[in-house]
Design a protein around this ligand. Structure first.
Ligand code: HEM
Length: 374
């Protein structure tokens, strides 16, 4: 059901389908996908390293000051936003600066709002956040158009695709900008935060993964593409994180014609919903499913068969899968290389579903320098 034969549901993917459906039809996405998977991704290691270093600088400051409460989710949102802004839109942000209103806006704009008069101040805050996000997109689109008009050599990035496909429709361009911006960073930031959350309550797994990081990258700051392949246990930890906390908890496809699955008649014209969150937690597929156990993804373990799909499956699966896997590995490897973190009492393990899944209390930690070798 995740083959191109079954389209994504138009109502659910209102905005995304505009841009991506069209690009798939043109074949542009096949090209994008190939580029994203191969040499282009290698070339992104510089950006991943550089932006992750900014986060490390910020954490070094906080560890020096012995700050008692840090929201890891907020910090991770900063780094993944910095990365996507640079890679997709060629804009340099520096969101590790606490003063940035932009980071807060982006976070607020995904909030679930209940239309209750008592919520008025919060609703206004969310509206303001959305306005700021859209105004930023409109400004970047305007800057890029001006650059093109003035004959400036511009990168062949996502922003160019957005300009090409929206014709003269400025609103659509901004819609697509916001969608890609959020799709391209929020999910990865949530995954990183959940990963810290699970490592924090599994000291033995934390020690094992730190040892691997020490063995593979030691004290060096510049992580190379080749190093990523050797961080196999860290890969397992990140995969297991997405099994328990599928940051995009589900997807959907239109069933165009009648069909029978496992003896059950499915009438054409209905929408099939797939919950990677639910399948990831089913005993039928994963023994003792609520236990965080990265060894399920050991290279020699049997591969999960159509029951593990945090990036969806098939040709319309996540375009940023490899990008996200590299980015999260670089950030986690640097973090584990240099810091110890301890939850503070206000930290909870509750989840918040705002279309994407995030840790409700933001993974609140105090952070200290690691004494090598510790
Ligand atoms: C942990 C990180 C991420 C997760 C779990 C994730 C998951 C997903 C899922 C489940 C879908 C829906 C696919 C479907 O409905 O079949 C999707 C779509 C998409 N994702 Fe991601 N994603 C992540 C990171 C990223 C990043 C970093 C980018 C960009 C650099 C990105 C770009 C996209 C795009 C463009 C689509 C739409 C693809 C299409 O419609 O053809 N994602 N993602």
């Amino acid at each position: 059901l995740m083959s191109p034969k079954y389209p994504k549901n138009k109502n659910i993917y209102k905005r995304l389908s505009n841009l991506f459906e069209f690009l798939w039809r043109l074949g542009v996405m096949i090209l994008c996908k190939t580029i994203l998977i191969s040499r282009y991704l290698r070339g992104l290691m510089g950006t991943f390293n550089e932006r992750a270093e900014k986060l490390m600088e910020k954490l070094t400051e906080e560890a020096d000051k012995k700050t008692e409460e840090l929201s890891m989710l907020q910090l991770f949102n900063g780094v993944t936003l910095d990365v996507i802004a640079k890679v997709a839109f060629d804009v340099d942000l520096d969101l590790q600066k606490e003063t940035s209103p932009f980071s807060k806006s982006e976070n607020l704009s995904l909030s679930n709002i209940q239309l209750n008069p008592k919520n008025r101040p919060f609703i206004n805050e969310v509206r303001e956040a959305c306005r700021l996000l859209r105004a930023t997109g409109a400004q970047w689109i305007h800057d890029r158009k001006t650059a093109i008009k003035n004959g400036v050599d511009v990168p062949k990035d996502v922003l160019i695709q957005i300009l090409k496909t929206a014709g003269q429709d400025e609103e659509l361009m901004v819609d697509n900008f916001v969608t890609f911006f959020i799709a391209g960073h929020e999910t990865a930031a949530n995954q990183l935060a959940f990963c810290v959350m699970e490592l924090g309550r599994h000291p033995e797994i934390m020690e094992k993964v730190k040892k691997e990081v020490d063995d593979v990258i030691g004290m060096k700051m510049d992580i190379r593409y080749e190093d990523l392949g050797q961080l196999t246990y860290l890969s397992q930890v990140l995969k297991e994180t997405l099994r328990l906390y599928s940051t995009v908890p589900g997807t959907s496809r239109d069933i165009l014609e009648d069909m029978v699955i496992d003896g059950i008649h499915i009438p054409g014209g209905c929408v099939a919903l797939f919950s990677s969150y639910v399948t990831g937690r089913m005993e039928k597929f994963f023994k003792d499913p609520l236990t965080f156990d990265p060894d399920r993804f050991h290279p020699d373990a049997p591969k999960p068969y159509y029951c593990y799909y945090p990036f969806a499956l098939g040709s319309r699966a996540c375009l940023g899968k490899n990008f996200a896997q590299m980015e999260t590995k670089v950030v986690m490897a640097k973090l584990l290389q240099r810091f110890n973190f301890t939850f503070i009492p206000r930290q909870t393990f509750d989840l918040l579903d705002t279309e994407t899944l995030r840790p409700k209390s933001g993974v609140l930690c105090s952070i200290r320098h690691r004494k090598h070798s510790q």
